[in-house]
Design a binder for this molecule. Sequence first.
Ligand code: SF4
Length: 344
Amino acid sequence: MSTHAKFSPSSSSRWLNCSQSLNVTQKETKLDSPYAKKGTALHLMSEDILSGKEPKLFYNDYVPTQKDIEEIVKPYIDYVAKVKGELRLYEQELFVNEDCFGTADALVYDSETMTLNIIDLKCGEGIYVSVYGNTQLQIYAIGAVKKILSMNKPVANVFVHIVQPLKNNFEKEQIKLKDLLPLEKKINTIISNYKNGIFNFEVGESYCRWCPRVNTCPEILKQAQKAAREDFLTIPLNERLDMTPAIKIFIKVTEEEAMNTLLRGGNIDTYHLVPGRKTRSWIDEKIAYEKLWPLLGASKVVETKTEMLSVAKIEKEIKAQKLNIDLDELIKSEATTVVISKIK
Ligand code: SF4
């Protein structure tokens, strides 16, 4: 993977709206999370396999598990393999210009139909990443078209794809070449403004949460303070709606700071951590399966070939079949999270 561009495609939804997010000090820079480490490793492993190389046991200091391979790497490789085209490039650095560039996971070009496909692997299971209106992929598309044209190959059709196996997300969108020009123009204007010290603030709920400045952002603070100080209900509804992203982000940042303080053993007056909501699960899925399938029917107790239905779903099934089965000895109930609570 390449060095990181200041105007990186992956954070483009943020800087295309709020160029102040680029004005980051050293103190505000976020460290790579363990999830990023895993993502990088699975991308590198996929690249090796797609390029016909023997996959390694570990990448950097992450060892891909069998689960990672079956649930993420394999579905991605299968998907890419099905995309038609004779020119296949993996982990390609693509440039809009020298300030805005990024690495696309897979490019597949079919000369017969002059079709270019840009495929992006997402390893996360938390947030669903949509392909529609995705500026990261649109920026890759600009760079990919430039790259293919530089190889003297014409491009008539461009498709961008997201492969996010843990969300069962395999979306694809056609991008019109004429729609890429205004985006490139906008990128060039933002870069030129940045170099001339011209920035704008624009609060947005979807991207501020990932901004390295979110904890110290003066615009969020300003808007949240304005909402807190004035008689909020006297403000016209449209202005109150304008303020809601900043208020929500301000609350979220405050809660995150409090959680991190308490998790690190710090002290917050009158607040402490308590176990969160309890969840019920099977003590041993195999034992639960052996006991329940003769009573309910084999197809009624499994979600997939290898996974039992949840306790709640089995209870629903027992009710539907009007049976009287005691599950107590098969289930455990435990809190898997902690929450902040006021000391009473
Ligand atoms: S937190 Fe939001 S408004 Fe503040 S700099 Fe970042 S993106 Fe802009």
